[in-house]
Structure formats: C-alpha cells, structure tokens
Design a protein around this ligand. Structure first.
Ligand code: ARG
Length: 431
C-alpha cells in the first residue's frame, strides 16, 4: 500500500532499496505518530475540515492504535511502506473514507518530523533520568570515600595526593555540564513542526498554535522552511549531547581499567563481574569497562556521521534524511545501556585502603612539604628548592600530612554545591 499510489507499482528492488530498514525503525515512532495525528485532527475539526461527529470516531480508533503500540503489538505489515502509511491503512480499513480525511493539510514530511521531535523529547528526558542515577551514585561514592586518599597523576607520573572522593566527585560534576547539553538538545527538539507540510505550508487555514499547545511543545517552529530544516539539526544537537555524555563515561571507563590493573591495584570488582581468559587461568579482566569505553568512543563519532549525512543538502526535504533514524536511534539506546551498566558496576566497586602508605608514592607529598615550609615563613622558591634538593640527594622523607581546605579540593569537595548545580539544570526538564 502506498499513500502516493497513482495507479502503478514501483519496481520491487527500488522499493526495497529506498525503504531499507525504515519499517523496523519506524516501530519506535508508532505511538508518536498516533499522538501527532490526534492533535492534527482535533485542529482539522476546529477549522471545519472534519465534522464534529467525525472527530470522536477517528479519535477513538486512533486511541486503540495507540494502546496497541503501547502494548508493543503494533506492526507494520508486509508491503506497507512506513508507520504513517500503516496508521492510515488501519483507519481506512476500519472507517472507510473517514480514515482518508486525516491527511488534509499535512505531508509525511512534517508528520515524520513531528514524530521525531516527540520521540527525541522522550529519549532525551529518559537519558537525563539515567544520567541523574549515575550522578547520584558517583556523588554518594564520593561522600562515602572522601577520606580515602589515592595518588593523583599528571603525565601519568605520580603528582599530588588525590582521593576517591575527588575522583568520583569529578565525574559527577562533569555530568552536570553534559546535562546542560542534553537540556539544549531538548529545547531544540521541543518545537512544533506540524503544519509545515511538505516544507512550504498549506493553503488550508491550519491553526498551528493549537497543535503546539495540544502536543505540549515549548514553542512553534514558525517558518515552515526552518521547521523542515530542523530535520537533521535536531538529531545533530541530540548527538552532541550524547557524545558529550559518552566522552565523560568513556574517560571514566578508561580510568577504571587503569586503576584495576595490578600495577595500580586501586579498585576491584567481585569475581563474577569480571571476565576470564581462555589461556591465562588467573585473569579477571575489566571487559565491561572496555566495552563501555569502546561504545562511548564510537558514540563520539555520531555528530560527525550526522554532519556528513546532512552536509550540503539544500533546503527542503530529501530522502537522505530518512537515514538519520539509523544513526540516532541506536545511539540513545547504547548510551542508556552504558549508563545502566556503569551504575550497576559502581554499586559493586571495591576500594583499596591505605594505597598511599606505599613508599612508591612518597613524592606525592613534596608539594605539601613545600607549602608547609612556605606557611612557616620560608619564601616559596626557597622552600621548593630545599625539598627539590632533598629529593635529588635521595634524602626526602614525606611528612604525609595533607591539609587541603579550599573549595573543590580533597578536603572540601563541595558535593552539596555540585548537587545544587545539577538540580538547577534538571529543573529545566521539570525533573
Ligand atoms: N520514511 C520517510 C522519512 O523518514 C518519511 C517521509 C517520506 N517523505 C517523502 N517525501 N518521501 O523521511
């Protein structure tokens, strides 16, 4: 069944090539397609393009389709091109000509746009919820282990005292920045494109303000061409947010792999959360974090993939845009899986105590000792030289006393302030 049937059937190979796996991907849009149609027909009725007796009949039929989509029972039948065609087919099968009336004043171009905007809004909200779970977990680990010191490194060389509180807390605060990106992407998705039709509006007196309100969009995408051009832009903004979260999570996964390695030995996980080797009987590998790192690294290429797909497309609809679904749908799903797995692993992390008692970390304390001398009145440069020369002569013995008090340091993590920052960002979502 083609919505655009004009008395001839397209070549089968052409159909297969152009539809690709869109039917499968469109299943995720089914509920949004129905919700979009419900708003559209309410508006059509308000401008006299549907009778007041026809509206409830159509709404009831759409409601049943919505429920079947929510139960996961909605299918796109063999030979049906996409979700939009399937919904219309179901309506016309049930209601005859009445079902054919719902497409007045729209095109599949704005229909798929509105579906995607509604879908992206939900995906980004779900992502925000998942990020918040990991944020809370990191913050609570940070508070729990705020007094457990670990070495801090620069250039991968032992540098200054750090702590598990600082490490976990750092990734929590980093997620606040990522959340800002998610909010920005949400705001871009939260605009109503319905009524832009094929991309140039309609001669019907559509009430686009009404559908904006009915669909709970934050704003109308006024200019119909701009609305169409938001296909790809919306996905790209979401991709940047996804890539931002993925870069934080990927870096964290890398730290975990490093700190689990025997040469560090700072953290471990229960045996059943590690993986083995087929040849080396002693192995307890961090495959979970390696896969997480790999997935997160791949996710960082998503904005690039979208840019390349959409670069140089002039204004107006192009079928290339269909391929965006293939890129962005799996991306949100993968990131959510990584966030869930990260939270699960963190619930089981084992932290080693007394790491810095080991004499290989003696030099962690040189700056502490320089600062102590400085506080006692020795000019900083002289104190630096004194400690430096002791190190040079192999006579340095650390005092191992650490006293950091300023905001954001190991002695004053300000986790409550960071939580406040996160809450402020989340308020924009109403979360
Ligand atoms: N599957 C199409 C897409 O995702 C739906 C819109 C088709 N529009 C068209 N003019 N062929 O882009």
């Amino acid at each position: 069944m083609k919505l655009w049937n004009k008395g001839f059937e397209p070549d089968k190979a052409i159909e297969e090539f152009t539809v690709g796996n869109d039917r499968e991907l469109d299943l995720r849009l089914a509920r949004y397609d129905v919700i979009g149609s419900m708003a559209h027909i309410r508006m059509l009725e308000s401008i006299g393009l549907l009778g007041s007796d026809e509206l409830p009949v159509l709404l009831e039929a759409l409601q049943r389709i919505l429920e079947s989509a929510e139960r996961g029972e909605f299918v796109i039948e063999e030979g049906v091109e996409d979700v939009h065609s399937q919904v219309e087919l179901m309506l016309t099968r049930e209601l005859g000509d009445l079902g054919k009336k719902i497409h007045s004043g729209r095109s599949r171009n704005d229909q798929v746009l509105v579906d995607l905007k509604l879908f992206m809004r939900d995906e980004l909200k779900m992502l925000a919820e998942r990020i918040k779970v990991v944020f809370d977990r990191l913050q609570s680990l940070s508070n729990e282990h705020k007094d457990t010191l670990m070495p801090g490194y620069t250039h991968l060389q032992v540098a200054m005292p750090s702590s598990f509180g600082l490490w976990f807390g750092a990734y929590a605060e980093s997620l606040v920045d990522d959340m800002e990106m998610v909010v920005a992407a949400y705001n871009i998705a939260n605009q109503n494109p319905l009524g832009s039709a094929a991309g140039y509006g309609s001669s019907f007196p559509l009430n686009r303000t009404m559908t904006t309100e009915l669909l709970g969009f934050g704003a109308l995408h006024y200019n119909v061409v701009a609305a169409q051009m938001s296909r790809g832009k919306t996905e790209r903004a979401a991709a940047y947010a996804i890539a931002s979260v993925a870069s934080t999570l990927g870096k964290f996964a890398m730290d975990v792999c490093l700190f689990m390695c025997q040469n560090y030995g700072f953290i471990s996980f229960p045996d059943n959360l590690t993986t083995g080797s087929s040849i080396m009987p002693h192995k307890k590998n961090p495959d979970v974090f390696e896969i997480m790192r790999g997935k997160c690294n791949r996710l960082q290429s998503v904005p690039n993939e979208i840019s390349l797909l959409t670069t140089n497309l002039p204004l107006g609809y192009h079928r290339d845009l269909q391929l965006l679904k293939d890129i962005i749908f799996p991306a949100t799903t993968t990131l959510c899986q990584c966030l869930d797995m990260c939270d699960f692993m963190l619930q089981n992390i084992i932290i080693k105590q007394d790491i810095i008692e080991d004499e290989r970390y003696n030099y962690l304390f040189t700056v502490e000792d320089v600062n102590r001398l400085t506080l006692s009145g020795v000019p900083f440069r002289e104190a630096y030289r004194e400690v430096g020369m002791a190190v040079q002569r192999g006579e340095y013995t650390p005092t191992r006393e650490v006293n950091h008090t300023h905001e954001g340091s190991i002695g004053n993590l300000c986790n409550d302030k960071i939580a406040e920052k996160m809450n402020k960002v989340l308020e924009k979502f109403g979360l």
